[in-house]
Each structure stands twice: as structure tokens, then as C-alpha cells.
Design a protein around this ligand. Structure first.
Ligand code: FMN
Length: 184
């Protein structure tokens, strides 16, 4: 199973990118989870669609189309989505008949330095994904509050409970994706 991982932060030492790298390490053997960088997309501008999508946008659309599911790992900015993530989702939504995102299974994770661990962003993101006819996994919910204290210098999660939960979420995403495929 192919899963594309999108990180909503461009920060060099991003906790969310560390979390996504941990997810890649902890993914089941049957899952090929890869990080796809979304920081080089142009800002959404419909004028740029004249004569076809920009190359970086088309590449992302192709990569998401080829994936069986999407894993989004993102910070919360002022109670909502980061502009980097929203920009990528908005571009993906511009594919003709929404054929890139429609019916695509998804899972959400997030790390924040605050104590709510991106729960507000996750709620908003769920709404956006549902509006685009995606199928975000509801459970297990994964939040990583107080992210400054959650990683070793090597980028490993310090809490074994959180480590196990990342694995559980990926297994749930795999099952969810297989179930949705079998129902088509
Ligand atoms: C513009 C901005 C808004 C933020 N808003 C929130 C917020 O609403 N809730 C929260 O828990 N943290 C907020 N933070 C703090 C982030 O949790 C923190 O910067 C985190 O490290 C970002 O994730 P990253 O490490 O992956 O870049 C905000 C940070 C920025 C830069």
C-alpha cells in the first residue's frame, strides 16, 4: 500500500516533520509511506492555471493520485491549518472533477508546543477534507502536545505510549483504506 505523507511545516527543525519521519520508521511492512515536500508549490493563484498547472502542482497531483491514502502531519496556526498545508490542499482540489482527492482515504496527526496538540487544527482539517469528499479516519486521534519535550536529539519519540499510538494509527489507516477499496 502506498501512502503519501504531507507535512504542514517548512521549519528546519519542525516537530511535525520529525513526527512524520517517526511514522515512516514505524509504518507496517505492508505500507510504503513517503514524505512529499510541499514547500515549493506556488501560492494558489488561478491565473497560474492558464495553459495547465505549474509543474510542481502537477507533480504533487500525480503523486497523490498514485497513492492509496494520504497522511497529513501538521502544526496548528492560530487554531487552524498552516498556510503551507492549506495551499497544497487547495491546489489538489483544482484537479478536474476533483479526481485527485475525491474518495481518497486520509489520516491526520499533529504536534504543537501548546497543550492541545493541534486538536483545533485537526477538527478544521477534517471539515476541509470531508468537503472535498475525502475519507479522513476518525480514530485513533493522534495529538502531540508539548512537542519540545517529545523527541530525543536523534528525533525519536520519547514516550513509548505515543510511539505505539503512531503504529496503531497507521495500522488503522491501512485497514480503513482496504475496507474502502473493497466497498467500491
Ligand atoms: C503563526 C503561528 C501560529 C501558531 N498558533 C498555534 C496555535 O494555535 N496552537 C498551538 O498549539 N500552537 C501554535 N503555534 C506554535 C506551534 O505549535 C509551534 O511553533 C510548533 O513548533 C510548530 O510546528 P513545527 O515545529 O512542526 O514547525 C503557532 C506558531 C506559529 C508560527
Amino acid at each position: 500500500m502506498k501512502v503519501i505523507g504531507l507535512c504542514g511545516s517548512l521549519r528546519r527543525e519542525s516537530y511535525n516533520r520529525k513526527l512524520l519521519r517517526e511514522a515512516i520508521r514505524l509504518a507496517p511492512e505492508t505500507m510504503a509511506l513517503e514524505l512529499y515536500e510541499i514547500g515549493n508549490l506556488p501560492m494558489m493563484n488561478e491565473d497560474l492555471e492558464e495553459g495547465g498547472f505549474p509543474l510542481e502542482v502537477q507533480r504533487l497531483m500525480d503523486a497523490v493520485s498514485e497513492a492509496d491514502a494520504v497522511l497529513i502531519v501538521s502544526p496548528e496556526y492560530n487554531g487552524s491549518l498552516s498556510p503551507v498545508l492549506k495551499n497544497a490542499v487547495d491546489w489538489l482540489s483544482r484537479a478536474p472533477r476533483n479526481r485527485v482527492l475525491s474518495d481518497k482515504p486520509a489520516a491526520i496527526m499533529g504536534a504543537s508546543t501548546g497543550y492541545l496538540g493541534t486538536s483545533q487544527m485537526q477538527k478544521e482539517l477534517r471539515g476541509v477534507l470531508s468537503k472535498l469528499n475525502m475519507h479522513p479516519l476518525s480514530r485513533p486521534v493522534f495529538i502531540l502536545p508539548h512537542s519540545k519535550e517529545q523527541f530525543t536529539p536523534e528525533g525519536r519519540l520519547t514516550d513509548p505510549g505515543k510511539t505505539a499510538k503512531v503504529g496503531a494509527l497507521l495500522e488503522a489507516l491501512e485497514q480503513w483504506t482496504l475496507r474502502l477499496k473493497s466497498e467500491v
